[in-house]
Design a protein. Structure first.
Lengths: 330, 645
């Protein structure tokens, strides 16, 4: 009896998956050691500008949020994903994707895992491009863990890159799902502030919870334009923008604002700039809430999240979540 | 199941081997350098779960910082401006050296598994003490870590022979390590050395200060020490049987020892040797420039033909019986006078220059070792042949010249060896404790007789039961064969320079750091059964410390000749008085009085009063002169008296 060490992606062994597929699909070719699909993917959100309604005054302004408060966040939530091609059926790829999320709770200045991290893997295959018998065999083997990546494919001969991007997108959705589950658990059981890496609109429970604070580091989607854009880009350190409301038909509305965490002098105007999402509050309470939450976030500016390249916008708690998930093999 | 305190980890860069492994612990844990741990393998090998015992030899700690500069930036270059709500992720990683695998075969790299603090039973297994602890274990101290208190035992067969033997102690001076450790260990040996393995005595050379001068007097020990004594099964009391030996000072009157207080003299015996004892070891005192082949031949001739024999020769004016330095000098004078008379240059193949040279050198001995060597041939010696079990014999040579120390060491050790070879010493094992090995057995320098003796003990003593307990400050500067033959080695606090020498290369930097900062009462022990050095605590010896003894029992003032002699005689007959002694010695010279005293010490007569008095001429009671009554004569008649007849 030898050791069985997972090879490849965290909790799942790529070789095990390859062996299983080879058992049921003898014509499948195992893939060699290749990089993750995330690295190779062309999939990126298109830069865009969306409109948002100001709920704090009538003009976009900059507000100094005051000196840092004591730390108020009790925990940090982040997720991570990773996907690999495991086998080929002709020219079609079968992939495995692992998604995970974790809440790291602060206990006496040290971070530890709240409950336990969630980590799941799924097998991804393009349903309409492979034979029915092959899909059936895979379905019998993996059941609900088998995911069709061809839902977005219009024709029977999709571009392989499109299929790869579709896989990455599905894994990303899986990761969002896990993050949402954990965030909802927290918001329904814990009555303390949670720092989420990313938006909070994917769940109504979270979006309406007074305990969830989402911090978005990427700015592919901007909610300001014109003079408001200039105001936001000109925010000084420890300054926030006016609060605005983000809403859509499919997702709950939240309050949001921009916050400059670090001095961007002589740097890219988006350096150290984050967007914050919290549940909506009525009237002047929102302004106070924005100031409070901004100070809480600024209190997390130390220690630095270096050596992560996004350290200007990332807080240490989120980096810790990523490091924790990396330790799991992600 | 107790909670594990760590987990074994291994990476390609830092793999585990059969002799070393790595594990991490929580930030707060009882693990430190020297802690003994147990690894429980997680996978059964052939149905058996592997247990590995190790001792922590190195520790590492780091955070997720990629560069120290990141921390500077995080604090805006202000060291005091922390206030960060979260502490960085941090690791405590330890490296442990393997002490033992169970099962021992097949010997494989240490498996992944949980790491537990070793309990008393684990320590016994880890150090292989389970094989001898009950039957032949000598407690050397108590291992203490994380709430585990466990006595550590040395195997008496490997401490006192015959399997291995000898003990070497290193440590900087003045930290109560070397001498205290030996005193403690002797107490432990005397308590635990199994009777079926024979009897054991200790012979300690007190080469400096009063360290060993009060071994029979109680010292102060604290509660913590009492607990250590209890754990080691040793009663905290001074040595019951101690005999002190010290030569006289050069005046031949007072003993040359710091244990000269009258209250302590009951077990102090003078050490004096005569010509016979000294001439056997002449080469100790005479260096190679003194002793060439010709001189050596003459000394051999004297030993063979002159010493203790009636010697006559046509050249000599009279017959000689040489038993003392004084006799020998008279013999030399006679020989040289004879040669001068005959105007000859040689006698019995010995050139006159050689004879003069040997006379000069040998006569010098009694001057250089005055106090130890008696001109009159009187001898008071160690009780060779009647050594007692569990007794400490202390030879106080601290106040002697180097030559005299060498002579004492050489002769005593040789005598011990001779008696042990003949099995008539009185005990089966003798521990010889010598401090300042840097001086007596240096790694470089001249090949002295004393160093040869020490090498001989170290290499062959264990077969005889002659065991060397040696101490020094710099182990690296002691002869390699002396330290190399020591089965057991003890280290107290060490000097940094000493630790930088190649002999300590096998120790990890952390162990070296610990050695350089060891507190009083802590030791590192190496023993044949232990695959790695172990740190232990030992109790303060329950004997009076030298400096306490000196202040409590100050040395006696330089006594007058008679009071010194009376002090000696009173040990045999307390009824003697100074008045009696003055009467007996009224007409005697100082030399005659000393000779008589030496004779008493040597012969130990039952009737001291009579025996001592017999050395002196009887003093005749003084009588007052009286004038005889003489009748006044009649005036005579003048010659020209006209009326006379």
């Amino acid at each position: 009896m030898g050791h069985v060490s997972p090879v490849g992606v965290g909790i799942v062994s790529v070789r095990d998956i390859q062996r299983q597929i080879a058992m049921v699909l003898p014509n499948a070719r195992s893939a060699g050691a290749e990089g993750t699909l995330e690295l190779a993917s062309q999939h990126k959100d298109e830069p865009r500008i969306k409109t948002a309604t100001l709920i704090e005054g009538s003009l976009m302004r900059a507000f100094h949020v005051g000196e840092s408060d004591a730390a108020h966040f009790v925990a940090f939530l982040d997720g991570k994903q990773r996907s690999h091609v495991v086998s080929y059926l002709g020219s079609k790829t079968l992939s495995v994707g692992v998604a995970a999320a974790v809440v790291r709770e602060r206990c006496e200045s040290r971070l530890c895992t709240w409950k336990s991290a969630v980590c799941e893997w799924r097998v991804y295959a393009p349903r309409i491009l492979i034979q029915d018998s092959e899909w059936t065999a895979l379905s019998l083997l993996y059941g609900s863990s088998l995911v069709d990546t061809s839902a977005d494919v219009k024709t029977g001969s999709a571009h392989p890159f499109a299929l790869r991007d579709a896989t990455v997108k599905r894994v990303n959705e899986h990761r969002d799902e896990l993050e949402r589950q954990l965030a909802e658990q927290w918001c329904t059981t814990q009555l303390q502030p949670l720092f989420l890496d990313g938006g909070i609109r994917s769940s109504r429970i979270v979006a309406e919870s007074p305990w969830a604070v989402g911090v978005i580091k990427s700015h592919n989607t901007l909610y300001v334009e014109g003079g408001a854009f200039e105001t936001v880009m000109g925010l000084g350190v420890r300054e926030r923008s006016s609060v605005f409301r983000i809403e859509s038909r499919t997702r709950p509305a939240v309050a949001s604002w921009y916050l400059r965490m670090r001095n961007a002098m002589n740097r890219d105007p988006m350096w150290g700039l984050v967007r914050v999402e919290v549940a909506l509050l009525a009237g002047p309470k929102m302004s106070r809430r924005a100031d409070d939450v901004s100070r809480w976030i600024l209190a997390e500016a130390s220690p630095l999240a270096l050596p992560d390249g996004r350290w200007d916008k990332m807080v240490y708690g989120v980096r810790d979540c990523e490091e924790y998930l990396r330790a799991l093999g992600l | 199941m107790p909670t594990p305190l760590g987990r074994v980890v291994a990476t390609e860069r830092r793999p585990n081997t059969p002799h070393e492994f790595h594990f991490w612990t929580a930030l707060v844990s009882p693990v430190g350098i020297g802690t003994i741990v147990r690894v429980d393998g997680s996978v059964a090998n052939d149905g058996v779960i592997t247990h590995v015992y190790g001792i922590v030899t190195e520790g590492f700690s780091w955070t997720d910082l990629a560069s120290p500069l990141h921390d500077v930036m995080g604090h805006d270059a202000n060291p005091g401006g922390s206030g960060a709500p979260t502490n960085r992720a941090e690791i405590r990683l330890y490296t442990a050296a393997v002490l033992r695998h169970i099962p021992e075969e097949p010997l494989q790299p240490v498996p992944m598994g949980e790491v537990h603090l070793a309990d008393e039973n684990d320590i016994s297994i880890a150090l292989r003490m389970d094989g001898y602890q009950a039957s032949a274990g000598i407690p050397v101290g108590v291992y203490r870590a994380g709430g585990t208190d466990s006595p550590i035992y040395l195997d008496s067969d490997f401490l006192l022979g015959p399997e291995a033997a000898h003990l070497n102690i290193s440590g900087v001076s003045g930290l109560a390590t070397k001498t205290s450790a030996v005193e403690w260990l002797l107490q432990s040996i005397f308590t635990h050395f199994p009777a079926e393995k024979g009897s054991v005595a200790a012979l300690c050379f007190n080469v400096k200060g009063p360290d060993l001068c009060f071994l029979d007097l109680p010292g102060e020990i604290g509660e913590a020490d009492e607990k250590l004594y209890e754990q080691c099964g040793v009663t905290p009391k001074p040595f019951e049987h101690v005999q002190y030996y010290a030569p006289y000072k050069s005046d031949g009157v007072a003993l040359n020892t710091l244990r000269s207080n009258e209250a302590l003299l009951a077990n102090v015996t003078p050490l004096t040797w005569g010509l016979r004892e000294v001439l056997q070891y002449a080469e100790v005192l005479l260096n190679k420039d003194d002793i060439d082949a010709k001189a050596d031949a003459l000394i051999d001739f004297i030993k063979e033909n002159v010493l203790d024999k009636r010697f006559s020769d046509p050249l000599l004016e009279r017959q000689h019986q040489v038993t003392s330095f004084a006799d020998l000098d008279a013999w030399f004078k006679d020989v040289l006078r004879g040669l001068e008379k005959k105007d000859d240059q040689s006698w019995r193949t010995h050139h006159v220059a050689t004879i003069r040279k040997v006379r000069n050198r040998l006569s010098n001995i009694s001057l250089r070792c005055k106090g130890l060597v008696a001109d009159d041939g009187a001898t008071s010696d160690l009780p060779f042949g009647s050594f007692q079990d569990r007794t400490v014999y202390v030879l106080d040579v601290a106040g002697l010249e180097e030559d005299a120390q060498d002579l004492i060491f050489a002769r005593v050790v040789t005598k011990l060896r001779e008696h042990l070879e003949k099995r008539d010493l009185g005990v089966q094992h003798v521990i010889v404790f010598v401090d300042e090995l840097n001086k007596y057995a240096p790694g470089d320098g001249p090949d002295t007789y004393v160093r040869k003796m020490l090498l001989d003990i170290a290499e062959r003593g264990r077969y005889l039961g002659l065991v060397l307990f040696a101490a020094q400050q710099f182990r690296s500067q002691v002869h390699r064969r002396v330290v190399g033959n020591s089965g057991t080695a003890i280290y107290g606090r060490m000097d940094g320079d000493e630790l930088a020498t190649p002999g300590y290369a096998v120790l990890s930097p952390a162990i070296k750091t610990k050695l350089a900062t060891l507190e009083k009462g802590q030791l590192m022990v190496r023993h044949p059964h232990f695959t790695q050095p172990i740190f232990v605590r030992f109790p303060r010896p329950a004997v009076m410390r030298g400096r306490d003894g000196v202040s409590k029992y100050p040395s006696a003032q330089a006594p007058t000749l008679l009071s010194a002699v009376l002090r000696t005689l009173r040990q045999a007959d307390p009824s003697l008085t100074i008045g009696w002694l003055e009467d007996v010695t009224a007409l005697a010279s100082d030399d005659e009085i000393l000779r008589a005293r030496n004779d008493m010490v040597r012969t130990r007569p039952t009737d001291v009063r009579k025996a001592f008095a017999s050395h002196f001429r009887a003093a005749i009671a003084p009588r007052s002169a009286t004038r005889t009554e003489v009748t006044a004569p009649l005036p005579s008649a003048p010659a020209d008296d006209p009326y006379g007849f």
